[in-house]
Design a protein. Structure first.
Length: 751
């Protein structure tokens, strides 16, 4: 090989590297002009193909056929609309972008003089530059194809999510994925040949339509109209805006309907992606026009100037005279007094017998886990009641966290209102079917709508809109589902006072106590909604919410406050009355924030053990030590043995200052403070418990088999597939969950 050949090889090698670098640069340049489109696509991939809640939404496509399900048809139409909006917005933004970065070097005066054009250039005050033709060709191709490739992303996300679920089942509806692939191919065909198609449809030769314009002008198009005109996307833009308005209208209607099993959260999520893709177009054009980071400035103002005054997440309260009377009555009933009254009543009505040994009193602990554990809690309680008709009457208390709290709230309110509903002529079988629907209905649609639309918008406003609180959206959906399916939506049964179940003298002590666990973020301690006053004797360093706030709450608020899961719902702001030193009047003041009880302890066994201490003390004082034994029923996730965490935090009751600005960090603040709350003063709970106390566990398998890729979701939507799996596991002797069968066998031996 001679020197010339070596030189040529080196030249080719450098040319290959040069071309690779050109391609990388040509890819990154157009993507840098459409950041919001990229971000939303990534969010879409996470929402539908990664997290278990999104995958459960995708499981619908493996369980149902598109030919007889309206939701699936709408989903595919909305997916197409999102893809169209991506293509449309990317085309406009890349047309509006400044392509002068194509310039590599400015030609100097000496070269211009050699070419005899210096005088003309100098007179016109022009700047002459050289452009790399290879880079221009590659970049032009990338700008032409980037919108088309990005428009395929929604279909790719769908295919990935579908395949994850398809591998989990033996039989799937393959027609659903075939339809999506066909739509994607037709969409790509249209994007490539749309000019030719329009010429054929209009029956005019291409030349008549007009001279070919430059695809991407060098100068940026600052105006929206100019960008649309130069990108030749006028018709597509009008269509995109109209379809987005229609999608938003449908989502608004779906979010406000009574929650049922035909969930529509996927449609609302796709609407959000489409709306904010268009919103990103507006932001990008504003930044191009004014050369300022509009979005960054808006976020800065919202976080540092508006967050203190626009917190719309106050805990809902009731202030009628009857509600106030219930609250005042509660203050006089301590936990030990309530336990004594309860045991006395149960002895009087022969629920327990002084002369009989080994009678069991139950305390239920329901683990958190969204709609999954809500439905599992209801199913287990229903099975236990069928196995032992005395179970309800012998249950002293039920305590829950997050989804477990919602299951407890639905089940025990159903039992509370049952006689009233029967009296109105309702059929028991119908009611049983209705409560099953209530505990598995779609609660994701309304809270998702509130999260991505009204509540997000109000974060950028200087004042709060209380009705836009996404946590209230979730609480109201609980009430609408419960009231709408069991009676009438207008009755608002869960808007009743949380204390009403235990304040009715006619049914006093008939219903088990329901304790809803939360975390008080400012101190990192457990905070509980309870129908009796919590003493430090048994509930050491636990915040008694109703006592410290001196405000009654509706049942739906107690339920949702225990389930204020990070991000999707917001921390609830508590208020209390404080003496004004100037006016000498009581003025409302911020006390602090409460969040999902799972941030403190997600099994609820900790509170159950504290309640067992209370009840054991009462049993001993009444001479029933060998007559009545306590059994904690743990309803949770997983079939491995659970340990009782025998530590009680000794956190302060003098609270830290309530968080003002950036209240969303209450989650992090609460998690950090919880760690120190456990360290400050732990006690060995086991030495104070009855040695015979044990936990009977009813664990739910989130996966039946390791190779089964379908995971029961953590969130507020339950597909038919997931519901059937939970239902199967809670059917005695007719399921693969041997742990459940064994636990139920043990339960049946209890007296």
């Amino acid at each position: 090989m001679n020197k010339t050949q070596v030189t040529k090889l080196k030249h080719r090698g450098w040319r290959v590297i040069y071309i690779i670098l050109l391609v990388i640069r040509a890819i990154l340049f157009p993507l840098s002009k459409i950041p919001f489109v990229i971000i939303i696509i990534l969010l879409g991939y996470y929402a539908l193909a990664i997290n278990d809640q999104g995958q459960d939404l995708m499981a619908v496509f493996t369980a149902k056929s598109i030919w007889n399900d309206r939701y699936l048809i709408f989903f595919e139409v909305f997916l197409l609309c999102w893809a169209i909006s991506i293509w449309n917005v990317a085309r406009i933004l890349l047309t509006a972008a400044n392509l002068k970065k194509l310039v590599e070097t400015e030609i100097n005066e000496e070269e211009l003089k050699n070419e005899h054009i210096y005088d003309i250039v100098n007179k016109k005050n022009w700047v002459v530059a050289s452009v790399d033709p290879m880079y221009k060709k590659v970049l032009t191709g990338m700008i032409e194809w980037t919108p088309r490739v990005l428009a395929m992303c929604p279909y790719i996300i769908f295919i990935v999510g579908y395949q994850k679920q398809a591998r989990a089942f033996e039989s799937v509806n393959t027609a659903n994925i075939v339809v999506i692939v066909i739509i994607a191919i037709l969409h790509m065909f249209y994007m490539i040949f749309r000019k030719w198609l329009w010429s054929k449809l209009s029956r005019k030769p291409s030349a008549v339509i007009g001279p070919k314009e430059k695809e991407y002008p060098m100068d940026e198009q600052k105006g929206f109209a100019d960008a649309v005109r130069h990108s030749r996307m006028r018709v597509n833009t009008i269509f995109t805006i109209l379809m987005t308005i229609i999608m938003f209208g449908y989502s608004l209607s779906a979010a406000n309907s009574t929650p049922s099993l035909d969930g529509k959260p996927g449609l609302i999520i796709l609407t959000g992606f489409t709306v904010y893709t268009l919103f990103g177009l507006v932001l990008n054009l504003l930044m191009n026009r004014y050369k300022v980071p509009v979005f960054a400035i808006t976020v800065f103002i919202a976080v540092f100037f508006f967050s203190k005054s626009n917190n719309n997440h106050s805990v809902q309260t009731l202030q009628t005279p009857s509600d106030t009377m219930m609250l005042h009555t509660r203050i006089g009933i301590t936990d030990s007094a309530y336990a004594s009254y309860w045991m006395g009543r149960k002895l009087a009505d022969s629920t327990f017998n002084r002369d009989k040994k080994n009678q069991t009193v139950f305390i239920v602990a329901a683990e958190g886990g969204g709609i999954r554990n809500c439905y599992w809690t209801y199913r287990v309680l229903d099975q236990l009641q069928k196995a032992n008709p005395k179970f309800y009457d012998r249950t002293f208390a039920a305590t829950g966290v997050s989804g477990g709290s919602i299951g407890l709230g639905f089940y025990y309110n159903y039992k509370y209102f049952f006689d009233q509903l029967i009296a109105t002529g309702k059929d028991k079988t119908r009611l049983d079917n209705s409560i099953d629907t209530v505990c598995s209905a779609d609660y994701l649609s309304r809270v998702t709508y509130g999260f991505i639309f009204p509540d997000l918008v109000q974060r950028f406003l200087p004042w709060p809109f209380d009705s836009w609180d996404r946590s209230k959206f979730l609480a109201n959906s609980f009430d609408d589902a419960f009231s709408g399916h069991l009676s009438k939506k207008e009755e608002k049964l869960l808007t009743n006072n949380y204390l009403a179940m235990w304040s009715d003298t006619a049914t006093a002590y008939k219903h088990p106590v329901v304790l809803f666990n939360t975390i008080f973020n400012e101190d990192g301690i457990k905070a509980i909604f309870s129908p009796y006053r919590l003493s430090d004797t048994y509930y050491t360093s636990v915040m008694d919410i109703l006592y410290e706030t001196n405000r009654s709450v509706p049942m739906k608020e107690a339920m949702v406050s225990s389930a204020r899961f990070p991000i999707l719902t917001a921390p609830g702001l508590l208020w209390h009355d404080t003496l004004n030193s100037k006016t000498k009047h009581l003025d409302p003041a911020k006390l602090g924030h409460i969040s999902d009880g799972g941030g403190y302890e997600n099994t609820a066994i900790h509170t159950a053990a504290q309640t067992a201490l209370l009840l054991q003390s009462t049993i001993d004082s009444m001479g029933l030590k060998d007559k009545v034994i306590i059994k904690i029923i743990y309803i949770g996730t997983g079939t491995d043995a659970i340990e009782i965490r025998n530590k009680i935090p000794a956190a302060k009751m003098i609270h830290e200052k309530a968080i003002g600005k950036a209240y969303e960090i209450a989650w992090l603040n609460g998690a950090v403070n919880t760690i120190f709350g456990w360290i400050k003063g732990s006690h060995n709970l086991s030495t104070r418990l009855n040695r015979n106390l044990s936990v009977l566990q009813f664990g739910l398998k989130t996966r039946n088999k390791e190779e089964n890729l379908h995971t029961l979701p953590l969130g507020w939507f339950l597909s038919d597939t997931s519901k059937r799996k939970i239902m199967d596991q809670s059917t005695y002797r007719n399921n693969s969950n041997n742990a459940f069968n064994n636990a139920l066998d043990s339960f049946k031996t209890l007296q």
